[in-house]
Ligand binder design. Sequence first.
Ligand code: 13P
Ligand code: SF4
Length: 324
Amino acid sequence: MTKDFASTSAGTASLSHEELFRRINALKKEMNALVLAHYYTVPEIQQVADIVGDSLALARAAEKTDADVIVFAGVYFMAETAKILNPGKLVLMPDAHAGCPLADSCPSAEFRKFKAEHPGAIVITYINSTAEIKALSDITCTSSNAEEIIRQIPQTRQIIFGPDRNLGGYLSKKLGREMILWQGYCYVHDDFSESCILKACREHPDAELIAHPECREEVLRHASFIGSTKALLHYTVASSTKTFLVATEPGILYEMQRRSPLKTFLPAPKDPGNPRMLCTQMKQNTLEKLYHCMLTRKPEIVVDETLRLASLGSIMRMLEMSPA
Ligand code: 13P
Ligand code: SF4
């Protein structure tokens, strides 16, 4: 859920990246701030961040830090999770309008009804969800640890999984375990089509297709490796393959290329005319907004204390069930 307090970057538009890096680094020291960035943010944000990672790594970093201020360059649910874990810290976002449509596709009133239709089922929800949904959940998970967490649930327990139907369907098939799925999806991943992917594979016969489990099954079935953002990155580093066709948000290509400069990374294409190649919400994090939010100490992420306590349990359970 995106809250109504975006930062503006007025007055900083003319500053060079180098000058913004210098000012942001000075503010980090002055404020004792930790800057966290997701792999899908623009390269210059990844360059200035203290930690760049996937949702799980960033949640863990937020849990462990002794910084006074956390600046979260990602989307709203990520910064909200950091605040839930750190009620005493100032948590800032460069642009608090950077929401996640997947998280927003699961309203709490409807999810409560959905849950009531399956009494006794354990509720596992993807971290890409609002605090209200986490409060209705038994365990939070990310694409990095969902499999590990589901494996710990006794076979006799029914599982409700949400909000991503593609990740849920992939895990269900992989683990041979039926789950009750909320029908949400991430447009960035769901928009890859089988025909377009197969055409790209024909055009690049030496490339290996790797995909994020938020993609549809018809795409995943052609991938030689399926994994979370971090797993895809590690796979490309360890593999002897020289060219990869990457079916996920292309922001990760920056770190893949940085870690393997001699390999070639091709973003998997969308159908011609589909403008939704990127996660536009992640790209709302600009260097100017990052600097401005640190300078003005806003927008600040605020979570109601009753809601915070209600949602904390499912996040803590995730961290306990998938130790680093
Ligand atoms: P991970 O960072 O867990 O791979 O999730 C991808 C994503 O869609 C983040 O919003
Ligand atoms: Fe949400 Fe998809 Fe963007 Fe991730 S990539 S923040 S799931 S819209």
